[in-house]
Write a protein that binds this ligand. Structure first.
Ligand code: NAP
Length: 312
């Protein structure tokens, strides 16, 4: 056999492989530019419907969604625990953005609040629902050592999981009737892999991610967008981060970036530096390594917390 006969197939396999790699990389870069540079900022507008509904709307990320949606002209239904805080946010939105607001004060830790919410939402043309309410651990802890474990399990499941399913049950039918609507479910990067010492939180957020992607697949042909949003750290009361940085943004900065991704990604980290972190921790690093480092980080945080508590 002449050398040419052997080299030709090898040459073509190599050339086709390189060409495919190039096309794949180009696709990733173009898709990245579409999401993170051009964005889809105009999709979330009052063309979807007059009202925005936000759960956990009196602080952090939820409050930032309520503000941004009011700035875009939505009338806003604010749902949270404390009537006093709801009234504050409501007054501020009405005076700053001249939009209508309503409030429902309920504790999502209870499972019997949904008739009250259903009554409050009756007759509203809801364009967007933000299932934002969520709680985490007071500090990282081993499953069996979580204070008041029985109660904690029920509370976290009700706030983080039941709220998302029940609010979707209440809002989705009218969206389907009108063939339009957006539901944003705030999961967490902690739902992308198991996070030891925040195990229940992490597992509830994995549920939210799977639920969102499943419902999206079921209803996208009916004109409905259900997006799973998985932030890494955002500077809020929950994370106790007081000084925002590039990778730990303010809720306002996070929300404005996240809304650009609606309609472009059914599952998103919502903010470019978080997308890079998501890509790194799911594609480049084996999941067992991520779990190991999360365990070490949370063991150190737990020890610090327990030490400080002893000193008090
Ligand atoms: N911050 C982050 O780094 C981060 C990262 C990933 C995912 N997330 C997710 O993003 C969402 C918002 O987090 P956040 O950091 O903005 O939280 P946050 O600052 O603690 O605010 C939570 C909001 O939910 C309300 N809320 C809490 N428990 C409630 C209950 N049982 N019933 C009714 N309302 C309740 C709070 O009202 P009160 O003021 O009355 O407590 C507050 O308005 C959560 O689902 C969280 O898991 C956050």
């Amino acid at each position: 056999m002449r050398p040419f006969d052997v080299e030709a197939p090898v040459f073509w396999v190599g050339a086709v492989t390189l060409a495919l790699l190039f096309v794949w990389l180009l696709w990733i870069v173009l898709a990245g530019l579409r999401v993170w540079v051009l964005g889809n900022g105009r999709l979330v507008s009052t063309r979807l419907g007059k009202w925005a509904v936000v759960t956990g709307a009196t602080d952090g990320i939820g409050k930032a969604y309520a503000e941004e949606l009011a700035r875009r002209g939505f009338a806003v239904m604010l749902i949270s625990r404390s009537q006093e805080k709801l009234d504050d946010v409501s007054r501020s939105l009405e005076s700053q953005y001249k939009v209508e607001t309503r409030t429902i004060a309920v504790d999502f830790a209870s499972a019997d609040i949904y008739p009250t919410i259903e009554k409050g939402l009756a007759g509203l043309e809801i364009g967007i629902l933000v299932n934002n309410v969520g709680i985490s651990y007071p500090y990282p802890e081993y499953f069996l050592n979580i204070p008041n474990l029985n109660n904690f399990v029920n509370t976290v499941i009700n706030v983080n999981i039941t709220s998302v399913c029940q609010m979707t049950r209440l809002v989705l039918p009218k969206m389907v009737e009108r063939s339009k609507g957006v539901i944003l479910n705030i999961s967490s990067a902690s739902g992308m892999y198991p996070v030891p010492l925040l195990t229940i939180y992490s597992a509830t957020k994995a549920f939210v991610d799977y639920f969102s992607r499943g419902v999206h697949a079921e209803y996208k042909s009916k004109g409905i967008i259900v997006q799973s949003v998985l932030p890494f750290f955002v500077a809020t009361k929950m994370t106790k981060i007081r000084k925002p940085t590039l990778d730990k943004p303010t809720p306002e900065r996070y929300v404005s970036a996240q809304l650009n991704t609606v309609g472009l990604q059914s599952q998103t980290n919502g903010y470019f530096p978080h997308a890079v972190m998501g890509w790194f921790t799911t594609i480049l690093v084996p999941v067992n390594v991520v779990i190991y480092f999360a365990m070490q980080m949370h063991k150190a945080q737990r020890a610090g917390y327990l030490r400080r508590r002893k000193q008090c």
